[in-house]
Write a protein that binds this ligand. Sequence first.
Ligand SMILES: Nc1nc2c(c(=O)[nH]1)N[C@H]1C(S)=C(S)[C@@H](COP(=O)(O)O)O[C@H]1N2
Ligand SMILES: [Mo]
Length: 502
Amino acid sequence: MQRADLAATVRAHLPAVVVALSAGAAAVAGSYAAAGFTPAYVVAPVDSVVTRYVPGAFVTVAVLLLGDLGEQLSLLSATALAVVLLGSLAGLGRAIAREAGVGPLAGPFAGVPVWAAATVLTGRPVLALGAGLAALFVVSIASIAGRVGTDDVGAADRRRVVGSAASLAGLGIAGWLLGSRRGTLDASGAAAEPAGAGEVSVATQQALAEASEKSFDVDGLEPLVGEEFYVVDVSSVHPQTATDEWSLSITGAVGDETTFDYEDVTRREPVREFSTLRCVGEQLNGKKTDTALWTGVRVGDLLAAADVPDRCCVMAHGEDGFFEEFPVAALREALLVYRTNGKPLPRDHGAPARLIVPGHWGEIHVKWVTELEILDEPAEGYWEQKGWHGTGPANTVAKLYVNSDLDDGRKRVAGHAYAGTRGISRVEVSTDGGGATWNGVDLSEPLPGRSVWRQWKYEYDPPGGTHEVVVRATDGEGQLQPREASGPYPSGASGWVSKEVS
Ligand SMILES: Nc1nc2c(c(=O)[nH]1)N[C@H]1C(S)=C(S)[C@@H](COP(=O)(O)O)O[C@H]1N2
Ligand SMILES: [Mo]
C-alpha cells in the first residue's frame, strides 16, 4: 500500500476507533461508578485472568518484588485491556447498526454487547448496567453528532466532529463517574463491619499493652506489634464480602459437607494469639515479616464439629481464586481469624476471615477464605505450581533494620529475629569484619504465641572508620541460621544479614 493510501485509510477509520475507545473508557468508568473498587468492577476479572495466565516469573516479580508498583502496573494493563475489549464490542455493535441501516440505534447496539460482556466477566448483571449504559450514551452522542453535519460540511469535517464529540463525551463521562466515586473510595477499604466491631475486649487491651511493654524503645525500630502490616496477594482488586454474605465450607474427602457462616464462627469462644507472618518471597533483610494479635477460633474445633475424618491435606481456597495446599495436621492447629489487634480484620488482610497457620510461610495464611477442600492426596497450590516451596515452616532469620549513633559515641544496631514455632534462643552480632568474634545481644521478652518474632539490640564501641556488622540467629532447637546465601526463590532467602556501617 502506498503511503498516501495508508494515511487515507487511517484517516477514514480513525473516527470509528476514537468512538469505540471512548465508549470503552466510558464503560470502564461506568462500571467503576456502579461497582466501586470491588470484584464487580470489570477490571477485576480481567486482572485475575492476566495474573493467572502470564508466566510465573512475571507474577513473582510483580507480586513479590515490585509489590505496590507491580499491583499498579497489573491494574493499569488490565484497565487498558478492559477499555479495548469493551470498546471493540461497542465499535462492533455500532458498525452492525450502521451496516443494517439502523444508524440511529447505534447506541443500544453498542450498549447491549458491552453490558453482556460485563455481566459475563463479573457475574453481576445489574451492576454491569453501569458499563452498558455508559457505552450506549457515548455511541448515541457520536451518532447524533454525526448527523448534525449539513451537506456543505464535508464528510471529513463531519467525521472529525463525530470523533471529538464522542471522545469528549467519553472522557467527560469517565471523569464525572470517577469523580462521583471518589468520596466513597476511602470508605470502600473497609468491609461492612459486624455489630460491636468497635469494641475492644479487656483481654485484647491487656494483650496489646503487654506487646507494647515488651517492645524496645529504640528509635526507628518497629514495635513487636505495629500499626503497619505488609500486604502480599495475587489480586489487585481485593474481594469485598459483607459478613452476612460470607461462609466457610468444608468440602472434598469428607462424609458430609459442612458450612459455617459468620455467626457460627463468631459466637464460639474466641481464641487470641500473637502470630508472625513472613512471606517466602521476601529478600533476606526484607520488610515482609510482621506480627499481630489475631482473634478467631481454632480450625481443629470446626473440623471436629464437622466430623472431618483423618486425611492428608487440605486445599484452602480464597474468594480471590487463590488456593494453597498443606497438611491437615497444620490446619487443625491453625486459627480462623476475624479480628486483628482488636479491630475487625481489614479488607486487605482477608476480611471477613482468614487463616493463621503459626510457623508456616505466609502464603498458606489464606485470606478471604471460603472453602477448605479436604484432600486424600497432596496437590500443588498457586505458588507451588509456579515453582515455589512456601507451604512449610518458615526459615530462621535475624534482620538488621537500625543502626544509629548514641550520644556517648557508641553505636547501636537493632532489628527483629524470627524462627517460626522453633522460636529464637539467641542472636549474635559480629563487628570485626571477618566474623571472628560474636557478641550476644539483648532480646525482647517473647510474646505469648506459638510463632512470634523477637526484637534484638546491641550497643558497642565502633572500630574507627567503616566496618561490617553481621547478625545471625539461633533457633529454639539450637540450630544456627545457615550461613550459605540464597535468594528467595524457591524456598525463602537464606544467609546472614550484613551491613557496612560507618
Ligand atoms: N486469598 C489469598 N490469600 C493469601 C494470598 C493471596 O494472594 N490470596 N497471599 C498469601 C501470601 S503470599 C502471603 S505472604 C500472605 C500475606 O498476608 P498479608 O497480606 O495479610 O500480610 O497472605 C497469603 N494469603
Ligand atoms: Mo508470601
